[in-house]
Design a protein around this ligand. Structure first.
Ligand code: F6R
Ligand code: MG
Ligand code: MG
Length: 366
């Protein structure tokens, strides 16, 4: 059966700052999808990661289907009404346009979609991150799909022997989708040369070279390119098919043990380590640290199973402790150097005015 998995997520308001949505908000989004999704979608699952609400849907309408995107948009509008009624902080934050225009892309919410012919058993992973941006997935995807140090299947499994094709997007280009296709293993130095720059080059999708099938899809939204000003970090979602011709679940999870430093954290303007957390986690220290959750599902004839919470295991406790230590370590140097993002990535316009004022006060000594 040919099915589509669509994950559409938005921050539409949260309790006590940019922490987590309210129970009533989540209920409003779920109730809306139950009611209006009848006959349209096969199955769905609503969760939150920090202040972002994600709607995972399985259906047969393909990628970019207007009715699916409209369902998610309208569910977020319904959730926003509750957020406003409760006085939640940042109510409707990511709904940047007044009216739905056929596709949520470019309207604020993030979207990642996969369309494929279902295997007899079809396991996949849904990732959602908060207080960071889409480039946060660059390193984990590189390591899981290119490096036998993390993916033993690249050595051991004949079904991954031919490697993978990466589609990488230049997200600083705003006139359209500027993309390049590169192949692992022969292009891995070129892939690394692009993916080291998390703010400019972002993995959009990955395909198996053994069977041509899509393996992964990442949301590539950069909100400040849409809004032209700070509206929050882009808090990316990702779908990854696993097992068989794709990496095993544990091979995709493996690089998240690094707790690598990513952009985001307080005011979207700092560097912080990415902490793997359990589902429906909230946000704390310095509006962070940046977090990533992973839910593992199977889908059969379009029906989703219940999720397995991939980072809810004793192994990840020590990783979380390590990441806390890394977060404290970089926070000790406050605004200095590597702890904050470069000027071009600072998410608050106030600094631009400040720099202009200071610039006028400079004098050049004879
Ligand atoms: C980062 C984030 C928070 C806010 C911060 C200030 O992505 O959402 O760190 O930037 O709490 O929020 P505002 O500007 O809404 O007062
Ligand atoms: Mg928020
Ligand atoms: Mg968020």
């Amino acid at each position: 059966m040919r099915i589509t998995l669509s994950i559409i997520k938005a921050d539409i308001g949260s309790v006590g700052g940019h922490i987590k949505p309210s129970e009533d908000l989540l209920k409003a989004v779920k109730d809306f999808v139950v009611e209006k999704g009848k006959g349209l979608i096969k199955s769905f699952y609503v969760s939150h990661t920090g202040d972002d609400v994600a709607i995972l849907m399985s259906h047969t309408h393909g990628v970019g289907a207007e009715e699916i995107h409209r369902l998610a948009w309208d569910a977020f509008v319904a959730g926003t009404a509750v957020a406003k009624r409760q006085g939640l902080y940042g109510a409707g934050q990511d709904l940047l346009k007044d009216a739905f225009s056929g596709n949520v892309r470019g309207m604020g919410p993030a979207v990642a979609e996969l369309e494929f012919d279902e295997r007899p058993n079809e396991p996949f992973l849904f990732f959602a991150a908060d207080k960071t941006d889409p480039g946060a997935y660059n390193l984990p995807l590189y390591l899981a799909f290119c490096d036998p140090m993390y993916n033993a299947g690249l050595m051991l499994s004949p079904s991954m022997a031919e490697g993978f094709e990466f589609t990488i997007m230049d997200v600083s280009y705003t006139e359209g989708d500027r993309v390049i296709k590169l192949r692992a293993p022969e292009d891995i130095y070129d892939i690394a040369a692009l993916l080291r720059d998390n703010q400019r080059f972002v993995v959009e999708s990955i395909h198996s070279r053994n069977n041509g099938e899509i393996a992964a899809s990442v949301s590539t939204t950069r909100l400040h390119n849409i809004a032209g000003k700070y509206t929050g970090k882009d808090d990316p979602v990702m779908l990854v098919r696993v097992q068989g011709a794709f990496p095993a679940t544990g091979e995709v999870l493996s690089p998240f043990s690094i707790g690598h430093y990513v952009a985001g954290f307080m005011r979207g303007s700092h560097t912080g380590p990415l902490m793997p957390v359990v589902k429906n986690s909230s946000i704390s220290f310095f509006d962070g640290p940046p977090v990533v959750a992973c839910l593992a599902f199977c889908v059969h004839e379009g029906e989703l199973t219940e999720p397995a919470d991939a980072f809810d295991h004793p192994y990840w406790d020590s990783i979380r402790n390590k990441v806390s230590d890394k977060a404290t370590a970089i926070r000790e140097q406050g605004f200095s150097g590597a702890a904050m993002l470069p000027y071009s990535e600072l998410e608050y316009g106030g600094i631009v005015e400040k720099m202009k004022t200071l610039d006028r006060k400079f004098t050049v000594r004879e």
